[in-house]
Design a protein around this ligand. Structure first.
Ligand code: UNU
Ligand code: FES
Ligand code: FE
Length: 488
């Protein structure tokens, strides 16, 4: 049994040749448009990237209680993100093991059991097979709950409450995979021991653009803001917005994980250090948790926008909750979810520190949604221009002409004095972070030799079970991923 259609020999030759051409082009700081809207490239991305890397699924605060679940996606599959009756977080494939139809049709809820709507097979909230109608007449005896349980992601880990999963047994642990980016992420989301929480369920909407265009933009594109978002400069929505790339910096943590930083105090007003958090929130932070370089970084040029390969992005910038008000920072987390060639779902969540006053959470939610909700004034601008790129990727003219995109801004190197991990670039000009994102894409598209285990044999499942429990147990110590009593 193959979980994904194996490309034919011809397809593989085609895909490999495109990946080669992308790499050669990047050596020239160019990028072929073909990769943004191509059936075979899309299929290969699902197979070679989305079943192999770590992907973000949600936050612990979305499923705080045993039995809570939310529906998410890994690649084109709908998956159940569940906190099982022991408190362990599970990522379950939503396809019934009997005939394969979709088991769960709710976006969220709380349940001990998922029951398939076709013939009624039932699964526990940890994925195990639980029963079937007329079991004695139909089957004679109970089926093996492990062997006939829902497919389960072998790797689930939580980082500061943010839950990632991988369908590959072979990925390194999440912290190792993200590498130095963890250091920056910590300075963003771990300024208080209670961490952050979601302010509402995510918004999800379809954009006729490729997932990579959003990921690339958030990996390092400060240059577009003055033009794409000019209406927000005109309206005075964020003071100084047209100069935002002048005060922007780059942090490259390798492997396609990067942040933009902004000296916001230079842009808006001197008190806008540390993203411009007002004293009632800033005073709650425990900055002793950070090292000196992290502290200096968030004071003067905090990470404002970033991408973790492949499709997780972050944004924190001060914006008014209502026109004319003082800008305040909001925290928006997003996933560029591929659903078809040239089409993605955009998932966005607003977050805030758990300890922040409720009045601040309410305002931060409004500020975030005003700019980057599905109808947000920035979101609308960005998605329209990205949709144009998907059209280029489908254009016979552009493809026949071998059209390649330009990543050749003037580059000045990283700061040799930088004391932190990764590389710090005082200037964002150069499009080096976007180029690094596509270099990581090339690497991922090449490392397809590791194939997923084809058959879910009982023995495999036992191994997976052990891996999931071990990961969850490690997470107890690490992040408190389990609820109370879960270890019993
Ligand atoms: O569109 C953006 N990347 C952006 C928007 C950056 C800074 C402020 C607002
Ligand atoms: Fe699910 Fe038959 S397909 S019970
Ligand atoms: Fe933008």
């Amino acid at each position: 049994m193959h979980r994904y259609q194996t490309p034919s020999a011809d397809d593989t030759a085609y895909i490999d040749s495109v990946v080669d051409r992308v790499e050669e082009s990047l050596d020239d700081s160019l990028l072929p448009v073909d990769i943004f809207n191509d059936d075979r490239i899309f299929a290969a991305e699902m197979q070679r990237i989305f079943t192999k890397t770590w992907v973000f699924l949600g936050h612990e605060s979305e499923i705080p209680n045993k039995g809570d679940f939310v529906m998410r996606r890994i690649g084109t599959d709908r998956v159940i993100l569940s906190r099982d009756s022991k408190g362990i977080i599970r990522v379950l494939n939503n396809h019934c093991r009997h005939r394969g139809t979709e088991v769960c049709h709710e976006d969220r809820g709380n349940t001990a059991v998922f029951k398939c709507p076709y013939h009624g097979w039932a699964y526990k909230n940890d994925g195990d097979w639980a029963g079937a109608p007329q079991m004695n007449d139909a089957y004679g005896e109970k089926l093996d709950p492990r062997e006939w349980g829902l497919l389960r992601a072998p790797k689930v880990e939580s980082l500061f409450g943010f839950i990632f999963a991988s369908l590959s047994e072979d990925v390194p642990p999440l912290r190792e995979y993200l590498g130095d980016a963890v250091w920056a992420f910590e300075a963003v989301v771990n300024l208080h021991p209670d961490g952050m929480e979601v302010l509402a369920q995510p918004e999800v909407f379809t954009v006729k653009a490729d997932w990579k265009n959003g990921a690339e933009n958030f990996a390092g594109d400060a240059y577009h803001v003055g033009t794409t978002h000019y209406s927000n400069t005109l309206s005075g929505f964020i003071p100084g917005l047209n100069n935002v790339s002048v005060v922007a910096h780059g942090y490259d943590f390798g492997n396609g994980n990067s942040f933009i930083g902004h000296s916001i105090a230079d842009l808006i007003a001197p008190q806008f250090t540390m993203w411009g958090y007002p004293p009632e929130v800033r005073d709650l932070f425990d900055l002793d948790r950070l090292d000196d370089v992290q502290r200096e970084m968030i004071e003067n040029r905090p990470p404002t926008i970033g991408t973790f390969f492949p499709n997780f992005s972050y944004l924190r910038f001060p914006q008014p909750a209502n026109p004319g008000e003082m800008p305040i920072p909001f925290t928006n987390i997003r996933v560029w979810q591929p659903v078809a060639p040239g089409v993605m779902e955009l998932w966005t969540w607003e977050f805030e520190y758990k300890v922040a006053p409720q009045a601040y959470k309410d305002k931060a939610y409004l500020a975030g949604q005003y700019g980057f909700g599905s109808g947000g004034v920035f979101e609308q601008d960005d998605t329209v221009v990205w949709e144009g790129i998907a059209k280029a990727g489908r254009s016979a003219w552009a493809r026949e002409a071998g059209m390649r995109l330009h990543f050749r801004q003037k580059r000045t190197g990283p700061d040799p004095e930088w004391q932190g991990p990764g590389k710090y670039y005082p200037s964002i000009y150069g499009e080096y972070l976007q180029e690094a994102f596509y270099r990581r894409w090339v690497d991922a598209m090449r490392s397809h030799n590791q194939t997923m285990k084809a058959e879910t044999k009982a023995a495999d499942l036992a191994v997976r079970e052990a891996a999931v429990v071990a990961a969850a147990a490690a997470a107890v110590e690490d992040e408190g991923i389990l609820t109370e009593g879960a270890q019993a």
